[in-house]
Design a binder for this molecule. Structure first.
Ligand code: ADP
Ligand code: MG
Length: 587
């Protein structure tokens, strides 16, 4: 943590800027020039006051005034040029960052993109790169100005009357010390806490909104969302602590930068103690005009410091994605010999989990065999299925497809071999045609229709205004969960891969839908190796073999009759299931 001060954000930015880094340097130089040009009119101002106080030729005043106006317009023009350079480089950096991120994301294990992960990644790709863009486009130029201005100001303040200058600098110095105290140690850490808190609150809020139907149905209150409430409370406490921590330095800073005027009064007494003359009036008036500049400059420094911490935090988040290990991809991938699957002592533990989700599972599935995975919720069925398609790599053990370790099969080849319909297979906001075609981009419309027919989707299509050209999620065309699933099955039908993995797909289907989904599955799984995870045991009874999972282990296997004879967990589950059916019929 102590290393945060060493973080070289500019080096990173320069890397992302590529060829545009010189433009960034040019932009900063122009900003510096503009800062100097902005200060010179104050010298003209001094000359104007001098002319007025000494009662000299008024034409001179006009000349000085126009010179000042000219300089200010010039400064403005140069500053606009600087901003232009900074904006062009900023957009370039943002574009480069985003494409680097997207390239990286494409290589990441599919397991990274669970619901939680997707939101975080989206936030980083959008927000963190946008924060970087804002920093370069706006803050960086201001930061250069904030660095140049104090030097120029010191010259302006001390050049005319060092006594007044010195007195005016006292509050500025104290204010600066307060500022440094605020920026000091722990601040970067605080900024991270702040961003983290925002992230947690936003994901908990989403969770809460999703849960509103449940809350309403069961007459509960927001307090049932303990985590949501806890994170809001936590943030409230954090904000209070943070404010209290900064109360003294912030009050000090604000008081000092606004107290400079009071010090001019003191300075006026000091310089006029031996009588008032033109020179002292001139100087006092001049200092009254110039000292607000000090306030502006210090405020600018304060804000650019804060923006910089924001930037560092954003860059670190980007790094976090760039640091996720991509799946190792063998260049010369081997070809699976057939479509059998062998799991040898497979163990998997999720990152940051305290126990294995799958532990020491050995299963051998013959080509063309239909197997089912059953077991209580949380027993590791989904994880096991996801491991087979390399959502992530096993912690230990081996997974072979067609006799070849999945790590040695190129991901394109692996995806050709396997289709999966997972619980949360989602459709994208495109037409049904395009959604199904994702499985095989060169498929003709007839082929897509054929697949939809096999997947029992025709009743869905007939309902839709534009048939298969209807865009899902637009103009009120939404599909039910079961209907979406049938469309994803059509996708799998079109893909026609030799291995098929289906996860708990009938779990939320209504009876009518379930019959159709069932028929679609049968059509889909003909002549294929099938791994099916199902809640309803009626659907797995016909499987060639059933593997019973419990607590990450495979504890029983065999066909339905064999397992019933064993009188173990399967029989227990099946009896429960039969009872629930009887109960339904009885009701
Ligand atoms: P099933 O599909 O049998 O219900 P899962 O494979 O989904 O079981 O989960 C097995 C175990 O792994 C559970 O204890 C679950 O809490 C845990 N688990 C599942 N997904 C994740 C994840 N993304 N991160 C951490 N733990 C997970
Ligand atoms: Mg599951």
């Amino acid at each position: 943590m102590g290393k945060t001060e060493k973080y070289d954000h500019m080096k990173l930015i320069r890397q992302y800027a590529g060829g545009h880094k010189n433009l960034m340097v040019l932009g900063r130089c122009l900003a510096a020039v503009s800062a100097v040009l902005t200060l010179i009119p104050y010298y003209e101002l001094w000359k104007i006051i001098r002319t007025a106080v000494n009662g000299e030729n008024p034409n001179k005043i006009k000349f000085y005034a126009w010179t000042a106006v000219g300089l200010i317009i010039g400064a403005l023009f140069v500053y606009i040029l600087a901003l232009l350079c900074m904006h062009i480089s900023a957009f370039r950096v943002q574009a480069n960052m985003r494409s680097a991120l997207m390239r990286r994301i494409l290589t990441l294990p599919l397991g990274v993109f669970d619901e939680d992960g997707t939101g975080k990644i989206r936030r980083i790709v959008n927000d963190s790169t946008a924060a970087t863009e804002t920093y370069i486009a706006h803050t960086l130029a201001d930061k250069t100005v904030a660095a140049v201005t104090p030097i120029g100001m010191l010259v302006l303040v001390f050049a005319f009357n060092w006594k007044i200058g010195l007195i005016c600098m006292i509050p500025a110095l104290i204010g600066f010390t307060c500022l440094m105290a605020m920026m000091g140690k722990g601040m970067q850490e605080k900024m991270k806490e702040y961003q983290d808190a925002l992230e947690t609150m936003s994901s908990e809020a989403t969770e809460y909104v999703r849960g509103v139907p449940v809350v309403k149905t069961f007459g509960q209150t927001v307090h049932s969302f303990k985590r949501f409430k806890a994170c809001i409370d936590g943030f409230g406490k954090w904000a209070t602590d943070y404010t209290l921590m900064l109360r003294f330095p912030m009050a000090g800073f604000m008081t000092c930068i606004n107290a400079i005027f009071a010090f001019i009064v003191i300075a006026a007494f000091v310089v006029t103690k031996d009588g008032v003359d033109n020179a002292s009036i001139l100087n006092i008036m001049y200092y009254i005009i110039i000292t607000p500049l000090i306030t502006v400059a210090l405020t600018k420094i304060a804000y650019s410091g804060e923006a910089e911490m924001n930037l560092i935090d954003a860059l670190k988040r980007v790094d976090r994605i760039m640091e996720i290990e991509p799946l190792e991809e063998k260049k010369s991938g081997q070809m699976p010999k057939d479509c059998g699957i062998d799991l040898k002592n497979v163990t998997y533990r999720y990152k940051e989990a305290s126990r294995d989700a799958v532990s020491n599972v050995s299963i051998s599935i013959m080509p063309g065999e239909h197997v089912a995975l059953v077991g209580p919720s949380g027993s590791g069925k989904t994880t096991l299925a996801e491991l087979m398609v390399r959502f992530f790599d096993v912690t230990s053990g081996e997974i072979l497809i067609g006799g070849v370790n999945v790590k040695n099969i190129s991901s394109a080849k692996l995806m050709e071999q396997v289709s999966f319909v997972f619980q949360d297979s989602r459709l994208i906001k495109k037409s049904i045609l395009e959604n199904v075609r994702m499985a095989k981009p060169d498929a003709s419309e007839e082929q897509v229709l054929e697949a939809l027919k096999k997947a029992q989707c025709m009743d869905i299509i007939e309902k839709l205004p534009d048939g298969i050209h209807t865009v899902i999620g637009e103009k009120g065309t939404y599909l039910s969960g079961g209907e979406q699933q049938r469309i994803t099955i059509a996708r799998a039908v079109l893909k026609d891969a030799p291995i098929l993995i289906l996860d708990e797909t009938t779990a939320f289907a209504d009876p009518d839908n379930e019959t159709k989904v069932q028929a679609a599955f049968e059509e889909l799984s003909k002549d294929k190796t099938l791994i099916m995870i199902a809640h309803r045991l009626s659907t797995v009874m016909n499987a060639d073999r059933i593997f019973v999972m419990d607590d990450g282990k495979c504890i029983e296997s065999g066909n339905h009759d064999e397992l019933m004879k064993k009188n173990g967990l399967y029989k227990h589950m099946f009896d429960e299931y039969t009872r629930s059916i009887e109960w339904k019929v009885g009701a």
